[in-house]
Design a protein around this ligand. Structure first.
Ligand code: GTP
Ligand code: MG
Length: 257
């Protein structure tokens, strides 16, 4: 992929909560792998470890913007939505700060949207070529189970992943109903059959620095959101997985463009 076409622009949106050790390597890697990226918007929800100060220091060298939410609403999904509202790009790539999501795949996610072949592209651990190196077996099982529950509602193998590209207009159209930790899942459910979703394989690496914010509470919230999503789909009578399952795109296919 060669970067944006038809003068469409790309914004990268990163939610942060206490990621002081990760922001600099992340920003450096994003700009090295996607130099055409117009801006990186970091939405910080009350970090107390100096994350904001580190971001402000980096602004001299990189096209960075900081949205500092002191009274955060709707958690991680709320942060992503706020970043999307502020973004100037036509296309957004949303990714975590902890370098679990490979910046080298930003173009692979963005190109099907720039080319008009998709509205949303998921960086997927669970299509052919996707991996989770170093994960202990219990973690693989838990993650697979959650993704397995989500599949009948989404037709997507890894709707739990926080690494995705989406048209900004699509995110803003379907996101207002979203809250919680897994915004890609919410978007796919709300977008329904009109949303063209593709999956691209990624290697998802464990965070090397900082601490995880994933918790039992987050898992519980996802269970409640799953029930709400199932009710939404039943009321719409739209068995998404059978009618319009997402398509898997091989890395070769995306990179040959
Ligand atoms: N703005 C904002 N960012 C958050 C919040 N919770 C988590 N994050 C960020 O969201 C991203 C994902 O959080 P992680 O703690 O890595 O969650 P995870 O990837 O599911 O769990 P691990 O695999 O254990 O790292 C990271 O960039 C966090 O800093 C929040 O409430 N607000
Ligand atoms: Mg993480």
């Amino acid at each position: 992929m060669s970067g944006p076409q038809n003068s469409q622009t790309l914004s990268v949106v990163v939610p942060t909560l206490n990621e002081v050790e990760n922001v600099e390597p992340l920003v450096r890697e994003v700009m090295r792998n996607a130099p055409h990226c117009a801006e990186i918007i970091i939405v910080d929800d009350g970090s107390t470890d100096g994350t904001r100060e580190r971001i402000r220091a980096l602004m001299a060298d990189y096209p960075l913007r900081l949205i500092a939410r002191d009274e955060p609403s709707f958690g991680l999904a709320g942060a992503v939505i706020e970043g999307a509202r502020a973004a100037h790009g036509d296309l957004l790539v949303v990714m975590d700060a902890d370098l679990s999501h490979p910046p080298s795949e930003i173009d692979a996610l963005a190109s099907p949207i720039f080319d008009g072949r998709a509205d949303m592209v998921i960086g997927s651990r669970y299509v052919r070529g996707g991996t989770t190196p170093g994960w202990p077996i219990y973690r693989k099982v838990l993650s697979r189970v959650a993704s397995g529950f989500a599949y009948p509602l989404t037709g997507v193998h890894d709707s739990m992943c926080g690494f995705f590209a989406v048209r900004r207009s699509v995110l803003l159209e379907f996101a207002p109903a979203a809250s919680g930790f897994k915004i890609a899942f919410e978007l796919i459910v709300r977008g329904g059959r009109n949303l063209r979703v593709l999956e691209v394989p990624i290697a998802f690496r464990d965070r090397a620095r900082g601490t995880s914010k994933m918790s039992l509470g987050v898992a519980l919230i996802f269970s409640l959101r799953w029930v709400a999503a199932a009710a939404h789909i039943v009321s719409r009578r739209e068995p998404r997985a059978r009618e319009v399952g997402a398509r898997f795109v091989s890395p070769e296919a995306t990179r040959s463009n």
